[in-house]
Design a protein around this ligand. Structure first.
Ligand code: SAM
Length: 282
């Protein structure tokens, strides 16, 4: 395979594996080998990745606590024409990982920022979940305390898109219990645990059944996981025939978005719920 040629004065955002080291790309290896320095969340952690690929290169720390200080230093190096790679402990930097402030700073200075795509747990989980992917919402980490978690879930009760969360499996029972409480036991959910690793498990069921499954198997509470919740589906039964009739008339005259907004205004019904019905009426 041909070696990647680096562009001077560029910050490369490099995705690394989320478990299986073979998931690293050739371009990631080339970039990590050739850049002037690799900025990483944890130099020891990244050191192990580099040695697995026999890459000898300089590293510097860039994590949540020093990102603001480091951004000027990184920008000056780029302005001198240097090349820098940013990696996180695993997966795609910036996705629930440090790097946002740095990238924003560099872009605001007109510096080149280039992605080296690869693994991302959220996307890997979504690709096997069997839930709609045409529109989805990445919600990052769920709060660790039950009260805040329930508030987050309640605020998303009418979200019709597939929702993707990061969460710790040791909290899985509490989290799924909170889903049962806030969204109902019938809501369909998927747990994608230890993706690309030896004990990879992808399990989907209603929240109620999934809770029972988790309670019976302590192994499911280990490692790392992505939690995916099916979007809210309004059924025609939940919306009166009068509303549906009006919606049909409006749909004949205008685009679904506008028709739903008008019907929602007239009847005090949630726009999202009407949109789901409108899609079914098409
Ligand atoms: N930037 C990373 C990415 O692109 O996926 C995510 C970093 S975030 C700090 C770490 C979280 O990602 C974990 O707590 C877990 O929710 C999820 N995760 C990472 N690796 C995973 C894996 N192999 N299987 C399942 N979830 C994983």
């Amino acid at each position: 395979m041909s070696e990647t040629t680096l562009t001077p004065a560029t910050l490369y955002i490099v995705a690394t594996p989320i478990g299986n080291l073979s998931d690293i790309s050739q371009r990631a290896i080339d970039i990590l080998t050739q850049v002037d320095v690799i900025a990483c969340e944890d130099t020891r952690h990244t050191g192990k990745l580099l040695s697995a690929f026999s890459i000898k290169n300089k590293t510097m720390s860039l994590h949540d606590h020093n990102e603001r200080q480091r951004q000027d230093q990184v920008a000056s190096m780029l302005q001198e024409g240097k090349t820098i790679a940013l990696v996180s402990d695993a997966g795609t930097p910036l996705i629930s990982d440090p790097g946002f402030h740095l990238v924003r700073h560099c872009r605001s200075l007109g510096l080149q920022v280039s992605p080296i795509p690869g693994a991302c747990a959220a996307i890997a989980a979504l690709s096997v979940a069997g839930l709609p992917t045409d529109r989805f919402s990445f919600e990052g980490f769920l709060p660790s305390k039950s009260g805040a978690r329930q508030a987050t879930l309640t605020a998303l009760a009418d979200e019709s898109r597939t929702m993707v969360f990061y969460d710790a499996p040791r909290r899985a029972i509490d989290t799924v219990q909170d889903i049962v409480t806030t969204l109902g036991g019938d809501r369909y959910i998927v747990i994608a645990r230890e993706l690309t690793k030896t004990f990879e498990t992808i399990h989907s069921d209603t929240a109620e059944n999934l809770l029972a499954w988790l309670e019976q198997d302590a192994n499911q509470l280990k490692g790392e996981m992505v939690l995916i919740i099916e979007g809210y589906k309004a059924t025609e039964n939940e919306i009166s025939a009068e509303v549906i009739n009006t919606l049909k008339l409006l749909l004949a005259e205008m685009k679904p978005k506008k028709a739903c907004a008008i019907a929602a205004e007239i009847y005090g019904v949630k726009k999202n719920a009407l949109y789901e019905v409108a899609l079914g009426l098409k």
